[in-house]
Write a protein that binds this ligand. Structure first.
Ligand code: 13P
Ligand code: SF4
Length: 412
């Protein structure tokens, strides 16, 4: 839980809640919030009138609120948002692109972030001081980010320094982490990465220190380290529930990459047998998966990459091509709609949205926007100033290293 966020803290999302919207073959169409609230998860309470509005009523009220706010509010939407929400986004993107947008939208007073809590925190860290970031539903967390609680990570960091000595390890935190963890990276010479730049950021970290602590996603960390040529036997997993991560001092001394034991409940659903089944049915299929999938799945796939890379690959595919995609179902569904000349389907036959992303229902968007029109800010996500400064340092490093590498690549 993000201890140093000002205001109402987000509830940690348990994995049991993650599966609550999984249904075989059910479509993804939004229902009035009052009906969706029947799902066995925690929802932020909201004035009852919003929960009863149907899609057309919500559409009209959101439209009116946005017209009233004009350029004072910008709506950012992550690609995993449902269709009924992403349509309101002024800017859509993966977590990297949205962090760039947040850093460059200085004219809007309010940034309404349709995504999850760590993304809203990041927007607050990167935006200007006069801007306020709003997360429409504060129960939209991320179960992976919650797998790296601050105290456990600080204990791990101290243990590593004790065994290995100071200055041996560069912390590399995935964007899907709390502002506290990003701050730890900032004050210890570390960096943030997203799935679109993890290899470049880990390579940068190895230029600074001999070892890397990668957190919180074990799978993205392993896939990235292997892609950079780190031998498998020099990659170890830190179990935060066990003394010294359930590792020996010798293992830690030998390791080049120490992976935090965390994972995404959505992406670890994909399995090699699903890839085999897709290939058996469509011999010409191209299988593309997100690097939060397990190593076995990433290795069995034809391609892997961040959300933006998946979108670019499918959109750029030849007419008639067949794509089996291993990522969040709302995005796969959108790719199907946008590419009617291709066959695009999800590797997993069960429709299983990310339950925290899915908690941004249009009723919450209407609620926060109408309150802004009235001059009231609800659901502000605000990072405490000292944490913010340190988190900004690690995020800025990521943006700077990315810009420098893009420039160097353009020159070559
Ligand atoms: P991207 O970095 O591809 O946006 O992914 C974010 C995320 O939450 C994936 O599960
Ligand atoms: Fe977190 Fe996974 Fe949902 Fe992404 S898809 S927000 S990593 S739980």
């Amino acid at each position: 839980m993000p201890a140093k966020t000002i205001g109402v803290p987000v509830l940690p999302a348990s994995e049991l809640e993650q599966g609550e919207f999984c249904r075989p073959g059910v479509d993804l169409e939004a229902r009035p919030l009052a009906e969706e609230m029947g799902a066995n998860i925690r929802w932020q309470s909201i004035p009852g009138e919003y929960a009863r509005l149907d899609a057309a009523q919500l559409d009209a009220r959101i439209g009116a609120a946005r017209r009233a706010l004009g350029s004072r509010a910008v709506v950012l939407g992550h690609h995993y948002q449902r269709e009924e929400v992403i349509k309101y986004a002024d800017l859509q993107g993966d977590s990297f692109k949205l962090s760039q947008h947040a850093a460059s939208q200085a004219e809007a007073e309010y940034i309404v972030f349709c995504g999850v809590h760590f993304m809203a925190e990041t927007a607050d860290v990167l935006s200007a001081d006069h801007q306020q970031v709003i997360l429409p539903n504060l129960t939209a967390g991320c179960s992976m980010a919650d797998m790296a609680p601050t105290d456990d990570v600080l204990d791990c960091w101290d243990d590593l320094a004790e065994v290995l000595g100071e200055g041996q390890v560069a912390p590399v935190a995935y964007m899907n982490s709390t502002a506290d963890i990003k701050a730890l990276c900032g004050r210890n010479g570390g960096i943030i990465c997203t799935s679109s730049n993890a290899q470049a950021m880990m390579a940068w970290a190895f230029e600074q220190r001999p070892k890397v602590l990668f957190l919180p996603d074990e799978h993205l960390g392993r896939n990235t380290a292997l892609a950079l040529g780190v031998p498998e036997e020099r990659i170890v997993v830190w179990n935060p529930w066990k003394r010294l991560g359930r590792l020996t001092e010798a293992q830690l001394r030998e390791a080049r990459v120490i992976l935090w034991r965390g994972h995404c409940a959505v992406h670890t659903r994909f399995r090699v047998h699903q890839i085999d089944a897709a290939r058996a049915q469509f011999p010409d299929v191209t299988v593309i998966v997100h690097p939060e999938c397990t190593r076995e799945v990433v290795e069995a796939a034809d391609l892997n990459g961040s959300t933006e890379r998946i979108i670019a690959a499918v959109n750029g595919g030849a007419p008639g091509s067949v794509w089996a995609v291993g990522t969040e179902i709302n995005l796969v569904h959108r790719l199907q709609l946008l590419n009617p000349d291709k066959r695009v389907f999800c590797l997993d036959p069960v429709v299983c949205p990310c339950s925290t992303m899915y908690r941004i229902h249009p009723a919450y968007v209407a609620w926060v926007l109408e309150r802004l029109v009235e001059g009231a800010v609800v659901n502000r996500v605000e990072v405490e100033p000292a944490t913010k400064a340190e988190a900004r340092a690690s995020l800025q490093r990521m943006l700077d290293v990315t810009a420098a590498r893009t420039l160097a690549a353009a020159r070559d």
